[in-house]
Every structure is written in C-alpha cells, then in structure tokens.
Design a protein around this ligand. Structure first.
Ligand code: MTE
Ligand code: CO
Length: 423
C-alpha cells in the first residue's frame, strides 16, 4: 500500500478554546399535535392495507434498499490498483459492536482468491513430532472455540500522522472490524502435531500469491490464536479468507493470515518481507522498530462526525463511538466537547470484552455551539490513549502504522463536522 504524507497539515489551526457548553434541556421534538393532521397517523397506509412479500422472497437477505449507502468505501489516492488494495468499514453508520461481514473492511496484498473447501489443505511442518496436513473436514472434527475479537490493520489511521487529513471516521478509523469467530484453537492443532522443545516460533502463510507470511512467538500461538472458519455465525466471506483464516486476538491485522495454508514451527523468526520492510515503525532517527504486534488502546467518536453531521437543533444529542485495546478489556472512555480541556466519562453499552470493541455513549445536551469532540480510551491495564502530539514526540512522523492518537472532530453550529487537530 502506498501512503502519501498529509497534504494540508491543520495542526495548530484551532487554538482558541471554546466556551464550556451550557446544558439547556429541551423536548426531543416539538409535539406534532398542533396544525395539520399527520396522514402517517390519521390515514391507513398501503403497508397496512395490502400483504407484504411472502417469507420465500429472500432466502438470504440483504439490507433494505433504504440502507444502500451503508457500504465499504475507498480512498482513491491511497491504492494504486485494486489488487493490492484496502477499503474501509462504514463505522460511522453502524451501532453496537458487531461488524456485519457484508460491510467489514478488506485488505488484500494480491487480491481475494476463491478457494473451495474440497481444495483446502492446512499443513503443519517444521519442528514437530508429526508433520500433518488437515483437510477442511478434519478441522471441523476438533473441539471448537469461539470469541468476539476486533481485527485492526496496523495502517489504520496511518494517513493522519502528518496532520488531520481524511474527512470521516470511516476513512480515519475504518480499517477495523469486530466479529464473532468460531474455529479451532491453534494450540489444539499444534498439540496434535507435537511441538518440539526447540520450536519457539511459528511461521504462518496464506494460500494467495502474496502468502502474507508472518512469524509469531510460540507463547502467543499456544495462547488464544484460532484457526477460524465462521464469522458472525456463517462461513467467512471469500474476502476474509474462506474457508479458514488465523485469528490473532489483540494483535495487528497483518498477522491474521487469510486462506491459511501452512504453519511451520521454527526455532526463530523468519524475518519475512511483511515483518521487515513492511509493518515496522520507522522512528524519527530513521531506525525502524519491529515486532509491534499488539494494538494499543484506541477510540473514536463515530457520530457525530464528518460523514454524519447533527441534523437537529440544540437539545438532546447522542454522542457515540467505539473503543478497543489489544491488551485486554476497555475499562473507561472519556469524552471531551472542548478539545480535551474537560472530560466526561461516557457510558459503556456493555462492560468491556478483552480484545473486542466496546460501544460508548455520552447522552449530551447540545447548546448549539461549536464543539471540539474527542474520545479517550483507558484499558484494564491502566493504559490511557495518548494525544497525537504525545505520540509524535516519541514516534516522530516517519511512521505509517500504529497511530492510536486521540481524534478530534470540529462540530460547527450548523451541525456539520470536520477532521481537525488541536494543540
Ligand atoms: N492474509 C493473506 N493471505 N493475504 C493478505 O493480503 N492481508 C492482511 C491480513 N491477512 C492479508 C492476509 C492484512 S494487512 C490485514 S489488515 C488483514 O488480513 C485484513 O483482514 P480482512 O481483509 O478480513 O479485513
Ligand atoms: Co493490514
């Protein structure tokens, strides 16, 4: 993937503080009781007069056509072609935590391949007692495990290092999805092969031309890694690695090898392309940091945000977003409406789940004034999501990957929103 540096850095653009918002409670909307009668209330509508479609109309359903704008989108200048490509989850239009597979982001290094179950083979070789090859049916006969996990590309938010750039949480934070996986624990398969004492790493490969080979320490492989064949209850989509992919909870998306074909137990890391020239973090002094596996705690306000402005006047406003951490569960999310000067603890829709997305809400009363909207995640280890400037002080601006800095949306009086940075 080619990532261009920020074109217009708006850092320092908004320095002036905004006046603290004044809570002015109002009714949600004016009562419609006065004036002309509302035919939607007073008249029988067609949908109540005639039968709807029968149950056979859609054996496998798609979202109703009114929702046809809830789709993955691309950033045209970001990818030179559609073979080595990326698209973005419409997180600004979703709620709750589960990403529907149909609009979950995809990242392919050599295109999405079609691999039928009868053609599927998974090999375990290297430093094992028995080298093994599993068919898809073999995998289905091992005891199953299940878990909800986020998968975040290390490059998520990567375009924002040099300043606010893309207008929308879909584009700044949409290289992420959160699904419920079912599959077999990798430790179960490795136990079947018998890992030799010298086996300290595994090297995992996909069946696609890129192979996306990555090294993983044996401790993680024996911990919570899964070979998954179902997501959100159904078969993986082709683009997510049908018929089986690796799920590496809390670790960068690049390790989640799709169309998984081979696991080699090795004494050391392979130092493949994807873990040397790519997926390393070049620091200010030009030295690249490697093995940045864990995704640090991060959050973003999904609405209101640039693609979903406020459509109503002052009064009750639902501020909502997502938080996640690769180190465990989200413990708390704070929201600021004044660019980080004051923080209010948001309401978590459900207690945090380790290595899965958490939905937060701030039930706000908007005074109709401008806001500099931010969210800040805290995970169960006590780690606090840093500001972008704090991150840059340590990491410099040469990086692409692992940008978990606090995002700011400038909400204007007319309800529209823009991606900005505060200093
Ligand atoms: N696995 C294979 N075999 N080929 C790939 O191109 N892309 C990786 C990873 N696994 C990739 C792969 C990257 S960079 C990411 S972020 C995730 O898959 C994306 O998973 P998704 O396409 O299901 O969203
Ligand atoms: Co990726």
């Amino acid at each position: 993937m080619t990532v261009r540096p920020g074109t217009t850095s708006r850092r320092g653009f908004l320095r002036a503080g905004l006046a603290a918002s004044v809570a002015v409670p109002t009714a949600v909307s004016a009562a419609r009781g006065q004036g002309a009668p509302d035919p939607l209330i007073t008249e029988v509508q067609d949908w109540a007069r005639y039968s709807g479609e029968g149950v056979d109309a859609t054996p496998y359903g798609l979202p109703i056509h009114f929702e046809s704008d809830v789709i993955r989108r691309n950033v045209s200048w970001l990818t030179a072609d559609t073979i080595s490509s990326i698209n973005f989850t419409p997180i600004h239009q979703l709620d709750g935590t589960i990403t529907p597979a149909g609009c979950a982001f995809e990242r392919h290094h050599s295109g999405a391949i079609e691999l039928a179950k009868p053609d599927y083979r998974l090999m375990i070789n290297g430093l094992v007692d028995r080298e093994l090859v599993f068919t898809y049916e073999d995998l289905e006969r091992f005891p199953r495990s299940q878990g909800v996990y986020f998968c975040e590309c290390a490059a998520n938010t990567g375009m924002e290092w040099a300043g606010a750039q893309l207008n929308g949480s879909q584009f700044t934070h949409g290289m992420i999805h959160n699904m419920e996986y079912v599959g077999v624990s990798l430790k179960t398969l490795l136990a079947e092969a018998g890992v030799k004492p010298e086996g300290k790493w595994i090297y995992v490969e996909g069946a696609d031309a890129s192979s996306n080979g990555r090294s993983i320490p044996i401790e993680k492989a024996m911990d919570d890694v899964m070979v998954a064949f179902k997501a959100n209850g159904e078969a993986l989509r082709k683009e997510h690695g049908y018929p089986a992919r690796l799920v590496v909870p809390g670790w960068e998306g690049n390790l989640w090898v799709k169309w998984l074909r081979r696991i080699e137990v090795t004494a050391g890391p392979v130092e493949s392309r994807e873990e040397t020239s790519k997926y390393t973090d070049t620091l200010a002094n030009g030295v690249s940091r490697k093995w940045t596996w864990v995704m640090d705690a991060k959050s973003v306000v999904t609405a209101p945000s640039p693609q979903v402005g406020i459509k109503h006047g002052p009064g009750p406003l639902v501020i909502t977003g997502l938080a996640w951490s690769g180190r465990g569960a989200i413990a708390r999310v704070d929201v600021s409406v004044d660019g980080g000067k004051n923080w209010t603890t948001a309401r978590l829709a459900q207690p945090g789940v380790p290595m899965a997305m958490t939905r937060f809400y701030l039930d706000h009363v908007w005074d109709g004034e401008e806001m500099l909207l931010q969210s800040r995640a805290v995970d169960e280890t006590g780690y606090v999501q840093p500001t972008k400037n704090a991150l840059r002080e340590i990491r410099g601006e040469n990086s692409i990957y692992h940008n978990n800095g606090i995002q700011t949306w400038w909400i204007k009086k007319d309800g529209s929103a823009e991606n900005v940075e505060v200093s």
